[in-house]
Design a protein around this ligand. Structure first.
Ligand SMILES: *Cc1c(COP(=O)(O)O)cnc(C)c1O
Length: 356
């Protein structure tokens, strides 16, 4: 085994990356001012909430929690009663990677999985038809009443819903009296890819609540839950507190967001991660034995590699997942992934595949 190199970069998750300098600057800034009110009554938290309202160009309600699982679980719980259901894809993080958090925090709301064989499903996306089908399948009292549609933007398969696609799903949701939740763990990567205003793929398109991820994009910790429909956030603060998600020293979650929002660092980070995925895709897509089913739209490449190449790459010390969403190996780039790391990884993939 090669020795662990602490400066080596990996392609397992964007959560492997550290904190970006701009976020760290404000983390330290928040620490440099001595005693400050706790639990969100500090100046940084107020300031970031205001900046997020400006970013989204609307008077939204903003809360901070420690991670994406809590953001999704608590947001969904605030939209559902225990007898309700949430429509999502089979690869949705809320379905496969939150250990039943949404069901737990909603006291039993069921996730309704849109199983269909359409191309969109293979790309990790819901379609209006799939939503319509689940809502109209049953109307009796024995079926958990559909109440929410949950979209992941960007999706777990590294694809992106266009503004029109979000609007089309929102239109069905509205007609069927469903709320629209967006898991935006990689919202920044999606906005960077689409080049649209954040408002255009959220409230203007019909999204009621967004879980806006910052951790994968360069924050130390903390996601924002953004309610565009303020009627839905009533009592949300109590939910956050009860679930153990109210940061006592909130300024250390909120202040780093200032660094992210200033000068659009959040978009710069995301654009960079997306570009690194394009670079990796370009370097491996045509290798013999490699199959990349779809071009990356954001910061991950999903690639089927020859089976022996996988342990060979791991033996060289590379870390990546091969079980996510049935898409082969997920090769994930982060805000700080260097072109040199991409090229070194791609070179090793090329050699491992040639030897396989
Ligand atoms: C990473 C991720 C989350 C949040 O996960 P945590 O580990 O709880 O922060 C949520 N949704 C998606 C799609 C993710 O990739």
């Amino acid at each position: 085994m090669p020795s662990q190199n602490t400066t080596r970069q990996h392609f397992a998750s964007d959560n492997y990356a550290g904190v970006c300098p701009e976020a760290m600057h404000w983390f330290l800034e928040a620490n440099a001012s001595g005693h400050q009110p706790g639990y969100g009554d500090d100046e940084w938290t107020q300031r970031v909430c205001e900046q997020l309202r400006q970013l989204f160009q609307t008077d939204c309600d903003v809360y901070f929690v420690f991670n994406g699982t809590a953001a999704n679980s608590l947001a969904l719980a605030s939209l559902c009663q225990s007898y309700h259901s949430v429509i999502c894809t089979p690869v949705a993080h809320i379905e496969t990677d939150e250990c039943g958090g949404p069901e737990f925090f909603s006291n039993g709301s069921k996730l309704l999985i849109a199983e269909n064989e359409s191309t969109s499903a293979k790309l990790g996306k819901l379609t209006p038809d799939a939503v319509e089908q689940l809502v109209t399948r049953r109307a009796d009292i024995h079926y958990p009443k559909p109440k929410v549609v949950s979209l992941t933007q960007a999706t777990e398969l590294g694809t992106v819903y266009s503004v029109e696609e979000v609007r089309a799903i929102a239109a069905i949701a509205k007609r069927r009296k469903l709320k629209l939740h967006m898991d935006g763990a990689r919202f920044a990567n999606a906005v960077a890819a689409l080049g649209c205003e954040p408002a255009d793929i959220t409230w203007r398109a019909g999204v009621d609540v967004l879980c806006f991820g910052g951790t994968k994009n360069g924050l130390p910790v903390g996601e924002a839950v953004v309610f565009f429909d303020k009627a839905l956030s009533e009592d949300f603060a109590y939910r956050v507190k009860q679930s153990g998600q109210l940061a006592s020293k909130m300024r250390f979650i909120s202040a780093p967001w200032i660094g992210m929002l200033q000068d659009d660092v959040w978009l710069r980070n995301a654009r960079h991660a997306n570009a690194m995925a394009q670079r990796l895709y370009g370097a491996i897509k045509d290798l013999a034995g490699v199959r990349v089913p779809h071009a990356p739209q954001v910061n991950s490449v999903f690639a089927f590699l020859p089976q022996p190449a996988i342990p060979a790459l791991r033996a060289q010390g590379w870390k990546f997942y091969d079980f996510i969403a049935g898409g082969g190996c997920r090769l994930m780039c982060a805000w700080d992934t260097t072109p040199e790391a991409v090229d070194a990884f791609a070179g090793d993939i090329r050699r491992a595949c040639a030897a396989a």
